[in-house]
Design a protein around this ligand. Sequence first.
Ligand code: GLU
Length: 297
Amino acid sequence: MKRLIRFAAVLLAAASIIFPAGCDSGAPPIDLSNSGPQVDTNATFPAGSTMQRLHDTGKITIGTKFDQPLFGLKNPITGRPEGFDAEMGKLIAAKLGIPADRIEWVETVSANREPFLQQGRVDAVIATYTINDKRKQIIDFAGPYYIAGQSLMVRAGNPAEIASPDDLVGKSVCAVEGSASSTNMRNRVPAAHVVLFDSYSKCAEALKNGQVVAMTTDNTILGGLRSLDESAFELIPGTFTEEPYGIGIAQGRADLVEFIDEALRTAFTDGTWSAAWDRTAGRVLGAAPTPPDLESY
Ligand code: GLU
């Protein structure tokens, strides 16, 4: 009997990992492990291009987040990340003739995205990655494929009564090392104490524990983290920056940037982009917005 109870407890614990509370009110979870568009098996590419090399290898290495619900969250059973960023990766791989199960996913945190690209550890980074001038000096971006905005999250009940970033003067706010959010926060409120962690899940933990009064990053990430623990957190309405999400590519691969832009352009118009949104981030963040204008530089 004892054994049976223990087994039931293990099952229950496993179920709470697979179907986290607040994930989607009662709707059956979607298995995203092998979702994605049709693989283009007839794809051909210019000789010597980056696309041909990737196609011939039959594999692509993509850096993404592993702890960000809705965008890149590692499935504990399959070991693969799931979310809108992961779907963008599958979409690009498919256009290269590479099936989803031949994508090698590498976990990136905010601070190692540029180095991983520069060192050739990944072919692309798709990781809630803001296109900005500082980053453009050392890497290239395709996209944007979504425009987020920076916001704040506090503990449920908002005990410190934070209504805007300016209320954080002299208070502790969590941000992630190497993120645009930490720089934006410091610029906006130099007198706030910005406490840095290396990932957003750690920030959320610090907020829950009362080590900080708020955490700051993109509304997309905050919405995802809150969806896992709705009774613990509260979102402060409004955004105070624009964060265009791009796909990071090492410099010197302009052909791949152009190819990805073309793949995005098609996905924006043929419904695959909005379908990817709807089955991931859209489940919590609502209907897909109008696709952004692609930046070419
Ligand atoms: N979009 C911002 C950035 O690229 C914040 C999110 C993140 O750190 O991934 O820095």
